[in-house]
Design a protein around this ligand. Structure first.
Ligand code: MUC
Ligand code: MG
Length: 377
């Protein structure tokens, strides 16, 4: 079997409410469905989520990168040859999200070809993972109400609280959630929003409130500051935007600037994510399966990877924000029971698209606009 071409379908799904954080806002899921076609009719699928403020890619650029670069690069390749696939799509710099989605779609195809679920194909450590949910910017009272509602409805007990505003509001928000849910795991993500002095004030106080990690506190250029914070704090600095590629992770760990790494299959697919995981495990550095506010198709990929390995299945994975979408393309929505989500036991990652919904939500002109940046609330 050989890959014939790759299709990229832009679509736009509504959110119940915008997700706001220090580097941007997600108001609609202006995503791209990637479909890898073969000469025997099997199709692999994945979802790409544009995040221009992090990767420089827009919905329009992802569509053109997939059609103009990755589709010709993969024509004629056997979908089971994962290392060859990785090599063929490595030749374009940047383009992390487009590459990640294409690579995930080929893995989905490989699973379908073999008749094996991707969580088994990758390692099969577990079938299910515990769910973490990200709480976006709002007033401290509303953020605490959000956490309580998600805890009561879905049994979720691990929360990543978005920070990176004025330290006083970040501390107040964390204190409000800590009061409302005293036994929950809380960790925070500043998305590069603090200046060094803010990070000192906020981070020290948040650690007193019991947070278990502090993600991306400073501008990426401030490696000296990040290293100082990593040495100062008793909880790990989590590398996200500073740890996108394997060379990034090698460099940041060697420099002592992070003590934990966020792996996002949306940007490194399965093959690269697996290499990053191996480096972290061999460096005794914990990882978290991070989120890019994926919809259902993206969440299924993150879930498959999280469930597959002991180092990832053992802690909450950020798969909970699929709850924020007002609608989705999957025929069967994802469900969370007692704070846990199960990988699908079907070949591939288990994406089945409702074609009527795709027809309804697809857009003819992919968006190239800059997403609005949040102010402080
Ligand atoms: C995170 O961990 O930073 C923010 C934007 C995005 O796509 O994902 C996030 C979550
Ligand atoms: Mg982050």
């Amino acid at each position: 079997m050989r890959i014939t071409h790759v299709e990229a379908i832009p679509y736009s799904l509504p959110y119940k409410r915008a997700a706001r954080f220090a580097s941007g806002t997600v108001e609609r899921a202006d995503d791209v469905l990637v479909r890898v076609h073969t000469d025997d009719g099997l199709v692999g699928q994945a979802e790409a989520q544009p995040r221009p403020y992090t990767y420089g890619e827009t919905q329009a650029s992802i569509v053109s990168t997939v059609l103009d670069w990755f589709s010709p690069a993969l024509a004629g390749v056997d979908p089971l040859a994962s290392e060859l696939v990785a090599e063929r799509i490595s030749g374009r710099s940047g383009s992390n999200v487009a590459r990640g989605a294409v690579e995930l779609a080929v893995w989905d195809l490989a699973g379908k070809t073999l008749g094996v679920a991707c969580h088994m194909l990758l390692g099969g450590f577990s079938r299910e993972v515990s769910v973490a949910y990200m709480i976006g910017f709002d007033t401290p009272a509303v953020m605490a109400d959000d956490a309580v509602a998600v805890n009561e409805r879905h049994g979720i007990n691990a929360f990543k609280l978005k920070v990176g505003r004025d330290p006083a509001i970040d501390i107040a928000a964390c204190a409000a959630i800590r009061d409302a849910l005293p036994t929950s795991e809380l960790y925070v993500d500043a998305n590069r929003g603090w200046r060094y002095q803010d990070a000192l004030i906020a981070g020290d106080a948040l650690i007193e409130l019991g947070v278990s990690g502090i993600e991306e506190p400073l501008s990426l250029d401030d490696r000296v500051g990040r290293r100082r914070l990593a040495h100062r704090w008793s909880v790990p600095v989590i590398g996200d935007e500073s740890c996108i590629t394997l060379p990034d992770v090698v460099r940041e760990l060697a420099g002592g600037t992070v003590g934990m790494v966020s792996i996002k299959t949306a940007r490194t697919g399965f093959t690269m994510s697996r290499r990053i995981l191996a480096h972290c495990v061999s460096s005794s550095v914990p990882v978290v399966l991070g989120s890019q506010y994926e919809g259902g198709a993206g969440t299924l990929a993150t879930l498959a990877f999280a469930a597959a390995f002991s180092a990832t299945a053992g802690r909450p994975a950020e798969v909970g924000n699929v709850l924020d979408l007002a609608d989705d393309l999957l025929t069967e929505p994802l469900s969370i029971h007692q704070g846990r989500m199960e990988a699908r036991d079907v070949p591939g990652v288990g994406i089945e698209i409702d074609e009527d919904k795709l027809a309804h939500y697809r857009v003819d002109a992919p968006q190239d606009r800059r997403a609005p940046v949040s102010g402080t609330a």
